[in-house]
Write a protein that binds this ligand. Structure first.
Ligand SMILES: CCCCCCCCCCCCCCCC(=O)SCCNC(=O)CCNC(=O)[C@H](O)C(C)(C)COP(=O)(O)OP(=O)(O)OC[C@H]1O[C@@H](n2cnc3c(N)ncnc32)[C@H](O)[C@@H]1OP(=O)(O)O
Length: 141
């Protein structure tokens, strides 16, 4: 069997997919907002930790708007990208896409930015020593 070397290349972005099963929903039968934020925060953490290759903490998140409810039975895909690198901080953009598996219809339903800070073992900010190149296509202005 041939193993793919391409799959082992450093990731330019972090993607999670999750099915909206009842365990993630509210009493309306749609994705609970708190669970959406949990998934987005986790994706921001992974993207920043992959970028800085050290522990990171979340300093802030900006306003996150939920544009459409996501019913049980749909797929959600979360895409996180490091858009800006400071000395120790990083701006990570996170988008959530809903996908209807039957029709293939995809819509970006939620978007937000998270400020993540690289920290040492004492939780104090540290300079990001070695970082992967930013995906300039998505650079914030
Ligand atoms: C590879 C290893 C993997 C390990 C795999 C482990 C297993 C995987 C387990 C999963 C684990 C998940 C973990 C998730 C991450 C949490 O859940 S973290 C929990 C929630 N967050 C926290 O508890 C953070 C609490 N806050 C703090 O500790 C401090 O305020 C901070 C964030 C470290 C900043 O400390 P500070 O003394 O204010 O820092 P300061 O020197 O003033 O500023 C440092 C930088 O932060 C920026 N900054 C500070 N405050 C702010 C702010 N409010 N807004 C914007 N930027 C700010 C500054 O602009 C500065 O940026 P640079 O100029 O350096 O780029």
């Amino acid at each position: 069997m041939q193993l793919s070397a391409k799959a082992a290349e450093p990731a330019q972005e972090t993607r999670f997919v999750e099915m909206v099963f009842p365990g993630l929903s509210n009493h309306y039968g749609t994705l609970f907002g708190g669970n959406a934020l949990n998934l987005m925060g986790k994706a921001a953490f992974v993207a920043a930790a992959r970028h800085a290759r050290c522990n990171v903490v979340m300093a802030t998140s900006d306003k996150i708007e939920f544009h459409q409810p996501i019913p049980v039975g749909e797929l959600i895909e979360i895409v996180a990208r490091v858009e800006r690198e400071g000395r120790s901080s990083m701006t990570v953009s996170v988008e959530m896409i809903r996908e209807n598996l039957a029709s293939g219809q995809r819509d970006v339903v939620t978007r937000g930015n998270f400020e993540m800070v690289a920290v040492n073992e004492h939780g104090r900010p540290v300079a990001i020593a070695q970082s992967a190149p930013l995906n300039l296509k998505h650079q914030l202005t």
